[in-house]
Every structure is written in C-alpha cells, then in structure tokens.
Design a protein around this ligand. Structure first.
Ligand code: GLN
Length: 305
C-alpha cells in the first residue's frame, strides 16, 4: 500500500503546479504550493502514509463535518434538521444564497459557510469560547491526537479579513436564524477553521465516520452510527461544494475539502483518507488532492456506486 501511495504522489505531483494557494486569508498565502501528502487509515488498525503526511496545516472547512457531528450529539437529529437543511447548494462555499425576499433554514447546508456559522450557535457551551473548546476536544478525540491546537496566526488573519463571513452571519441574524452576538459566533467559527491538523489526523477522523463512530484505535463507540450516516450523506452531496457532482462521478465517496489544502475522504466500512496539498482549483478544492483520490479510487475500487 505504501508503495502505491508513493507512486500516486509522484504521478500527481505535476498537478500541484496547476493550482493556486488561497490568498483571501493572507496567512494562507504563505503555504508551499508544492506540498503533497496522504495518509490512509484502514480497518485492520494499520495506517499507511506518503509525502508530507505529517505536515500541519489549518483544517478550514474540513471542520464542518465535526461541527455538524457535535451539533447532532448535543441536540439530536430532529432539532438540527429543523435549524439547518441538507440540500446540496451547487454553489461556492461563501455564496450568499439570496434569490428573493426570504431565507429559510432549509436553504442552509452545513458544509458551506452560512450553514456552518449557524451550526456554531447549536453547539452547547457557557460561552462561545467554551463551544470552541468542546469542538477542539472532539477533533482531538476523533483523531486520537491530544496535540492538535489552534494556529493563532491563521486565526488572527482570518478574523481581520473575514468580511464575507460577517456578511453571511449578519444575514442569518436578519432572518432570525442567529440569536446570539454575531461577533462571538464568528469568533468561534474562525477558531474552529484555524485548528491545525495533519493528513494522519484527517485519515483517523474520516475512519470514525467510515466505521459508524468507532475509531481504529479502540472498540469504544464515540458517537451513534446514525450520525455517521447523516454526516456522510451530506458530505456526499455537498462536501466538495459546487464540485461535489464531479467528485461523486470521479471518486465516488463522501469527502470534505478545505482551503488550507486538506481533504478528508470517507470510504464506508473500509477506510479514512487524509490528503494535504494546498494548491487549489477554481472551486477552492485541493487540485492535486482530487487527482490523487481519483486514481486511488480507481486502483482500489473505492467508489460506493
Ligand atoms: N475559513 C474559511 C472561510 O470561512 C473556510 C472556507 C473553506 O475552507 N472552504 O472562508
């Protein structure tokens, strides 16, 4: 397996030159566009990795499935579904989906920014700092990595330049979908996006979703299997934003991307995959990362379709 991963990275390395690192968050512009790493966590407890698999980067939107998971664990499915919808948006991650006079909770999707900001308000906690700490703890537990921490520089950079996310949050407030202090909610969202992880963490977290709540390291169920089903379904239809259809056709497994260059892919019952490659395509997805996953899926027959 390690040999296959090395080979795929070599095949796909030229694609890193076709993408661009995110620059709308200034700190992310410092990422090395040539970075490329992969880790695969398998159901026999073993993991395989190649390239920059240990390199840390900010989780960005790959945190959205964990926000959804914690919201489900805190409130149950019915309540979460009543506050945030599940229909694919077919739009960019930061789209302002206003076509008419109304914005309803059914218009929100938890895998794009507006829905994710709304989800921060569903997480339990005495303060928004406490909610963030609970989310961070969940990420550490799912990854089995107590060293996961905040990237302070990216958080500050994102907070200073997050006007579009502010616009989305104030729009939610206008339509009665955000009752709490908007700046505190946003602060929680920015911190969640600025958690620093590596490909191995994403592979392990992806594995818990593939294995209906049980991590590779133990037999202890960390969340109900039904929530894995819920999260994976939403990942399948919207995890790669307006690139989700192509991804379903070419790779065929639930996955989530982030502008830090990460992709977490979930191969139900079989494996979790973590990818790092910060040069992005037009839609904000890791360009070489998608190429690696396309080839891995073909070679190992991973598509669920
Ligand atoms: N923190 C980023 C933002 O809000 C997350 C976007 C992403 O990874 N696609 O813009």
């Amino acid at each position: 397996m390690e040999e296959l991963l090395e080979q795929l990275l070599e095949e796909c390395r030229p694609f890193t030159r076709e993408g661009k690192v995110a620059s709308y968050i200034p700190e992310l512009a410092k990422s090395d566009p040539a970075g490329l790493g992969i880790c695969v966590q398998c159901s026999d407890g073993r993991h395989y990795q190649a390239g920059d698999a240990e390199k840390r980067f900010t989780i960005q939107s790959v945190v959205k499935p964990m926000l959804l998971l914690l919201a489900l664990m805190d409130n149950g499915e019915e309540y979460v579904r009543s506050r945030v919808g599940v229909e694919a948006t077919g739009k960019p991650f930061d789209a302002i989906n206003m076509t008419d006079q109304t914005l309803l909770s059914d218009h929100l999707n938890p895998m794009v920014n507006m829905g994710a900001i709304a989800m921060c308000s569903l997480i339990r906690g005495e303060s928004y700092e406490h909610r963030y700490q609970r989310l961070l703890e969940l990420v550490r537990t799912l990854a089995g990595d107590p060293d996961i921490a905040l990237d302070e520089a990216v958080y500050q950079s994102e907070r200073r330049t997050g006007s579009k996310n502010r616009a989305l949050a104030y729009l939610l407030q206008t339509y009665g979908m955000l009752e709490d202090d908007v700046e505190q909610v946003l602060d929680c969202y920015f911190k969640c996006c600025s958690i620093s992880v590596n490909s191995r963490d994403l592979a392990r977290i992806g594995f818990t979703l593939a294995n209906r709540g049980k991590p590779a390291q133990s037999d202890q169920r960390l969340f109900p299997g039904r929530y894995a089903h819920y999260v994976n379904a939403v990942l399948m239809t919207c995890g790669m934003y307006d690139g989700s259809g192509d991804f379903a056709v070419n790779v065929g497994v639930p996955a989530k991307s982030g502008v830090g260059g990460g992709i977490m892919a979930v191969v139900p019952t079989k494996m979790g995959i973590g990818i790092y490659s910060p040069a992005l395509d037009q839609k904000g997805n890791s360009l070489a990362g998608i190429q690696v996953l396309t080839r891995l899926s073909q070679r190992l027959y991973l598509s669920i379709f």
